[in-house]
Design a binder for this molecule. Structure first.
Ligand code: TGC
Ligand code: FAD
Length: 398
């Protein structure tokens, strides 16, 4: 008789190819042995450990899907997702670092950059020697990045940037920032969105930190401020214009999040299961009661759906059959389910659930951000709604 696997009921891991499985095991081993002991401390003390960036680089976990010619590992999309799952099983903050570096910095340089840009930046980013960030969101424009007000005015030999970005992962520690701004020929021009590689030592550029967050505390977050920053032409992506530039990067990062949240949800479910088996009240394990059992059954049902969605999307991406609305569906579902699972697991731990040691509260707090960034739960619902009905509902009509 076949056995039932309570962590992988539909046996998706048995579908993984040999190389993907090895990469998953390498990432799991690193995350459990090296990252786990430092992630809780980092979360409690609001500290990102730059040594972890280099260690991830040495293991080939940064820019894993990027061409090896430029320092990437050239692995499958499935393997990239499996890395995100293992890192986020420990801490969404370090998965954020990995996602931004891989999908939002290395990917646009690889996809839109000149040969010179690729050779100059990608190998050091892959090793974790350079850290990157991605500036799209502004203080007044989050869900509607198309209305951004940061400008790049054409001048001799380059562009002059003015404006500000906010809520930018890695910004205070970043050596390079991929910045999306409205490029204008003159001050009255409407401007099309273009991508710029801003380097930290450029005059007029600063990246103040946003401190005292209650979420993703091991991840550095900050602003990007541009006061007449001259960016030479050699630091501009030559051809890509419009929102499809940043969205191409977001499609990859959102896919990684769909996998990452599987890891966080699996961790919370497994912790809750162990807790209700160990903890006795009224003379019996809490897990002998109907309510905790059905909570675990709901968690496992959700996790199974999350695993299968992420795995299938990875295969479709590897085959070049993906669509960005599939990514919205998976990002939205998996973030929403993971957050519910983490909150339920927190409740099932009683008072112990609010401590750092049990780690479920850590995931609850982190997943609040993960559900918001890269397009909120509701915005991805509206993206899907538009796909289903062919009617946009972002802007009220009437
Ligand atoms: P819309 O008219 O829909 O699109 C404008 C142009 O972009 C194209 N496009 C896409 N292309 C590729 N992939 C996608 N997913 C695309 N979505 C749209 C579209 O075809 C069009 O192209 P063209 O050639 O016709 O001009 O634009 P809209 O202004 O109506 O957009 C609305 C909406 C809601 C879809 C969009 O703005 C949105 O997704 N908002 C959410 C914002 C967001 O996700 N921000 C993320 C910031 S980065 C971040 O959070 C990093 S956190 C990292 C971490 O720590 O892990
Ligand atoms: P808003 O757009 O103001 O939305 C507020 C609420 O209104 C949400 O619930 C939203 O769903 C809802 N809403 C908005 N519009 C509509 C509508 N038309 N219909 C119905 N409901 C609507 N950005 C980057 O560019 N780079 C980064 O590296 C980055 N890192 C981040 C790290 C963290 C920790 C966080 C929290 C955010 C980060 N972001 C980053 C920004 C993130 O992408 C935005 O926060 C997100 O896109 C939402 O924008 P907003 O916060 O301005 O919310």
């Amino acid at each position: 008789r076949n056995s039932f696997n309570i962590n992988d009921p539909f046996l998706f891991e048995s579908e993984l190819g040999e190389e993907d499985r090895m990469i998953m095991e390498t990432a799991r081993d690193y995350a459990q042995s090296k990252l786990e002991p430092r992630a809780l401390k980092g979360n409690q003390e609001e500290y990102f450990d730059p040594a972890i960036a280099k260690e991830m680089g040495e293991l080939g976990l940064l820019g894993a899907a990027i061409d090896p010619e430029y320092g990437g590992s050239g692995v499958s999309q499935t393997a990239y997702g499996l890395i995100a799952r293992e890192v986020e099983r420990v801490d969404s903050g370090y998965r954020s670092f990995m996602s931004v570096q891989s999908s939002l910095v290395m990917l646009p340089i690889s996809k839109f950059g000149t040969e010179e840009q690729k050779e100059r930046f990608l190998p050091s980013l892959a090793k974790g020697e350079l850290i990157g960030c991605f500036g799209l969101t502004e203080p007044d424009h989050g869900s509607d990045p198309g209305a951004m007000t940061t400008t790049a005015l054409k001048t001799d030999g380059g562009w002059i940037l003015n404006g500000a970005k906010m809520w930018i992962t890695n910004s205070p520690i970043a050596d390079v920032a991929i910045v999306w701004a409205k490029a204008k020929a003159n001050k009255s021009d409407e401007g099309v969105i273009r991508g710029f590689i801003v380097e930290k030592e450029m005059d007029g550029f600063s990246a103040p930190a946003t401190k005292h967050k209650m979420s993703l505390r091991a991840s550095e977050t900050g602003e990007l401020v541009f006061e007449d920053v001259f960016v030479p032409q050699k630091n501009v992506f030559p051809d890509v214009t419009g929102l499809k530039g940043p969205f191409a990067c977001l499609n990859s990062a959102r896919y990684g999040i769909a996998w990452g949240t599987v890891g966080a949800a699996e961790f919370c479910y497994q912790k809750a299961r162990q807790y209700v088996l160990d903890r006795k009240q009224f003379g019996y394990p809490i897990g002998a009661n109907q309510l905790p059992q059905t909570k675990l059954a709901n968690m496992l049902t959700d996790i199974t759906q999350m695993q299968l969605l992420a795995w299938r999307l990875g295969k479709l991406k590897d085959e070049g059959r993906d669509h960005h609305s599939m990514v919205s569906l998976a990002k939205r579902n998996n973030c929403g389910r993971a957050l519910d699972i983490a909150r339920t697991a927190r409740d099932m731990h009683g008072a112990n659930g609010i401590t750092g040691d049990y780690r479920v509260m850590h995931h609850v707090m982190n997943l609040e951000s993960v559900n918001t960034y890269e397009g909120t739960y509701d915005i991805h619902g509206l993206i899907l709604g538009r796909e289903i009905t062919d009617i946009q509902a972002f802007v009220p009509r009437g």
